[in-house]
Ligand binder design. Structure first.
Ligand SMILES: [Zn+2]
Ligand SMILES: [Zn+2]
Ligand SMILES: [Zn+2]
Length: 348
């Protein structure tokens, strides 16, 4: 993600902030051009002197879960990200506030990225081809699971509880489990329906790379949960779960594509230059480009590997898990390239 800055004092501002920590001016994110705007805090109005336009916050600011802005005369109450919410957690349970906040942080970052790629995100609440989110508690309904079906992304809110999520991560022997990871994975299924399943040519290219998705899905998952991944899974797949079915391989690889693009974009905005003192082979990277503007995916991957090696090492210095605990093999790179080729024309 890019770096945001206060328009009043030039101090850096995080994507989620409502105010500048340095000067106290109000801030809000305008998604049309991905800019953080700064407003005078004296009166409560969000009036932009520079543009002579008055804005309002998305209605979800009431709950401290959204700092996106709309023009004051916009008939909508909610921003483009919050218009995608179909079900939010039950707020009579106070513990759900924090979980919802965590979910919204991840969801807003997801929407930022998909918009940057140039993907359309109509809300399913108005357009049946669209997308929506159900953030729900499982309670006694154990059939309710995190997943995607026909444009509805369901996320169990227990995933937003870091203790429970870590328990699940260990139970499923996963190296990485995060909210943004879940969202990136599930939205991958949605875009499979939109981008692959709608085009014969693309579908046949998909099958050549990921395998035939007509294989019975329920049987494939049952087999995976009974027998696990094949021993040599790492040569062709980004994760064990990706081996279960071509749809899951797609969604896992799609999520990694979004992980990689966001890491490299962030490094670009920080001007990160990885140049190890002891001249390690292939471990130099100067992130001098915005990955979303680059045609050749090899350039991106050759940057991402030294970058994640450096950041993983910094994390280890602090005793926290690796930021990117995965190995990207040639076969996985080919899958990532297919996604990159598919998405490039979306960028205008
Ligand atoms: Zn400021
Ligand atoms: Zn919003
Ligand atoms: Zn999936």
């Amino acid at each position: 993600m890019k770096i945001f800055q206060c328009g009043h004092c030039n101090h850096s501002i995080f994507f989620e902030n409502y105010t500048c920590d340095n000067c106290g001016h109000l801030s809000g994110f305008r998604d049309q051009d991905r800019k953080m705007l700064t407003f005078n805090p004296i009166n409560d109005s969000l009036f932009s002197d520079r543009e002579n336009i008055e804005y309002k916050y998305c209605k979800n600011k009431e709950y401290d879960v959204c700092n996106w802005i709309l023009e004051k005369n916009d008939p909508e109450d909610y921003c483009h990200a919050c218009q995608l919410n179909r079900t939010i957690p039950n707020l009579s349970d106070l513990e759900n506030f924090e979980k919802w906040r965590n979910l919204e942080i991840a969801k807003h970052r997801l929407v930022y990225q998909l918009q940057k790629i140039g993907l359309q995100l109509p809300s399913k609440l108005r357009n049946n081809e669209g997308l929506c989110f159900d953030f729900v508690a499982q309670q006694n309904n154990f059939n309710l699971m995190t997943g995607h079906a026909n444009g509805v992304i369901t996320i169990l809110i227990k995933e937003a509880d870091s203790v429970q999520r870590e328990q699940m991560r260990k139970q499923f022997l996963e190296p990485y489990r995060t909210l943004v990871g879940h969202l990136r994975h599930e939205v991958g299924h949605y875009f499979w329906d939109r981008l692959i399943n709608t085009n014969e040519q693309i579908l046949s290219e998909f099958r050549a790379i990921f395998g035939n998705e007509q294989r019975n899905y329920a049987d494939a998952l049952e087999l995976y949960y009974n027998e696990g991944a094949p021993e040599d899974w790492q040569t062709s797949f980004i994760s064990k779960y990706a081996t279960s079915h071509p749809w899951e391989d797609w969604a896992e690889t799609w999520a990694h594509y979004l992980h990689i693009m966001d890491m490299v974009e962030t490094a670009y905005f920080f001007g990160v230059n990885v140049k190890p003192i002891n001249k390690l082979k292939k471990m130099k990277a100067k992130v001098s480009f915005d990955p979303y503007a680059i045609e050749n995916f090899d350039t991106i991957i050759q940057t991402c590997i030294p970058l994640s090696f450096a950041v993983n090492s910094i994390n280890r210095a602090m005793g926290v898990p690796d930021v990117y605990p995965f190995v990207i093999t040639e076969a996985v790179v080919d899958k990532l390239k297919f996604i990159h080729r598919l998405l490039l024309p979306k960028r205008n």
